[in-house]
Design a protein around this ligand. Structure first.
Ligand SMILES: Cc1ncc(COP(=O)(O)O)c(C=O)c1O
Length: 452
């Protein structure tokens, strides 16, 4: 114990003195990344930020405004990450800022209910009618984990079904990959997840209706819940087919399993009523996050009243949170929800996103680079493949080295896409014509260089 404790500061000091010596030739982001790695595992608080899949140094962000980010070296970037989805209004929206400032003046957190929490619950229930009751939590992971516990408590069953390529946060039951066959147990995708927990999760192929039907025939009466991203945004962007979602609804109804739409990413992103409105499918439970907090840490799960009645303090399914419904996050969320209801908001957002996706496709075609793009609302996917993928296996066949070269060339020229070929991108309402045009003009040069 003593040896470990005394060695750590030595390593820290050695690294810091090396940094001191190299500091004139390194950018501030490089220096910060080196420094961060002394005290933060991998130098980041969430793995994708470390640039491991694209290589190089992550940009440390100093500030943001509208569609732009500025890094610690003062370099400006057009931002297509949008904090991984929440910043639908762009950064530092003045009315969201004012709402948070007003809330801030009244106190940060009370650990007791507030009127604003009732308002945000009413607003979300009104905008997504499948949600009759809702519970606020602090992260998407908490939302999906709690929704699964509720489904298990409600049905008295243990087994859950998820789909390859969908990400639902990092709860143990969800860090699971498929076994070798339909009837074999799921296997953990992370060290630290006990196989006994993974065994309760069955992983099926996204958009494969036949396999879904087979699974329900084989063990439908054991399934507590099926959880799905109705627009997948964690294997790049992949739309669910309407037949797939309809089959999910039909089978869950027939077998008494709970259908959970994980709309943490696509909720209020692809349409005002989320993917469930676009596809006209009513889930039993919905998980939300990201946009409903406008960049502050908040998420939620909600749905059928009879199901939600099983949650503590009414029912026997326990769920709680010290900062749940935090007043600052609720203030940011309420103001964001107010602004996205402005007439024409989603038409404009979709128009700009389509313009970006279509423009990138045209630039790649002109340069002779095999490339495709897709978008829904303010969410888009870029694929180094000739056709838009419809499954995890197809996404896996995209040309990753080419994406990485594209990513770095765009970044160097001031356009920040997500640092991974397997992530969706996000456009905000502040990405106006000039911003999209600037992106496309840079992309034309980059695609032409890629083909050389
Ligand atoms: C669809 C989906 N569900 C759940 C989560 C987990 O949310 P959080 O990162 O807030 O825990 C994410 C995160 O990106 C997500 O995209």
């Amino acid at each position: 114990m003593y040896a470990t404790a005394s060695r750590a500061p030595l390593r820290y000091n050695a690294r810091m003195s090396l940094l001191q010596r190299g500091k004139d030739s390194m950018s501030k982001s490089q220096l910060l990344f080196e420094r961060a790695q002394c005290t933060i595992p991998g130098g980041v608080n969430s793995p994708v930020r470390a640039f491991r899949s694209v290589g190089g140094t992550p940009r440390f962000i100093a500030r943001a405004h509208g569609p732009y980010l500025w890094d610690a070296d003062g370099q400006r970037y057009i931002d297509y990450i949008g904090s991984w989805g929440p910043m639908i209004l762009g950064h530092l929206n003045p009315d969201v800022l004012a709402a948070v400032q007003r809330a801030l003046a009244s106190g940060f957190s009370f650990g007791a209910p507030t009127e604003a929490e009732v308002e945000i619950a009413e607003e979300i229930c009104r905008l997504m009618p499948s949600i009759e009751q809702i519970r606020m939590v602090s992260s998407g992971t908490e939302a999906t984990m709690s929704a699964l516990r509720l489904a298990r408590g409600f049905t008295g069953r243990s087994r859950i079904v998820k789909f390859e390529g969908c990400y639902h946060g990092h709860a143990d039951s969800l860090l699971v990959k498929a076994g070798s066959g339909l009837l074999t147990f799921g296997n953990p995708t992370s060290a630290g997840v006990p196989p006994d927990i993974a065994h309760h999760t069955t992983v099926l192929e996204y958009n494969n209706v036949e396999q879904l039907n087979e699974a329900f025939s084989a063990f439908g009466t054991q399934i507590a819940a099926v959880i799905v991203e109705p627009v997948a945004g964690n294997m790049n962007l992949v739309r669910a087919s309407t037949e797939f979602l309809a089959a999910l609804r039909k089978q869950c109804t027939e077998y008494g399993s709970v259908l959970i739409f994980d709309e943490v990413m696509c909720g209020f992103r692809v349409a005002l009523g989320g993917a469930q409105q676009l596809f006209n499918i009513v889930p039993d439970l919905t998980c939300l996050g990201k946009v409903i907090g406008g960049g502050m840490p908040i998420a939620a799960f909600g749905g059928r009243r009879d199901l939600m009645a099983h949650l503590a303090p009414l029912g026997g399914v326990y769920q709680a949170g010290t900062l749940s419904g935090n007043p600052l996050a609720v203030a940011a969320g309420l103001e964001t929800l107010r602004q996205i209801q402005a007439p024409g908001f989603y038409d404009r957002l979709s128009q700009q996103t389509t313009r970006l996706a279509g423009g990138l496709q045209a630039a790649a075609r002109d340069a002779g680079v095999p490339f495709s793009a897709d978008s829904l609302g303010g969410m888009f996917g870029l694929y180094f493949a000739s056709q838009v993928p419809r499954s995890f296996a197809e996404v896996m066949r995209c040309d990753v080295p080419r994406f990485n070269a594209f990513f770095h060339a765009m970044l160097d020229a001031g356009v920040h896409f997500a640092p991974s070929a397997y992530e969706a991108g996000f456009v905000s309402i502040t990405h106006d014509d000039a911003v999209i045009d600037e992106t496309l003009s840079i992309a034309r040069t980059v695609f032409a260089a890629l083909q050389r």
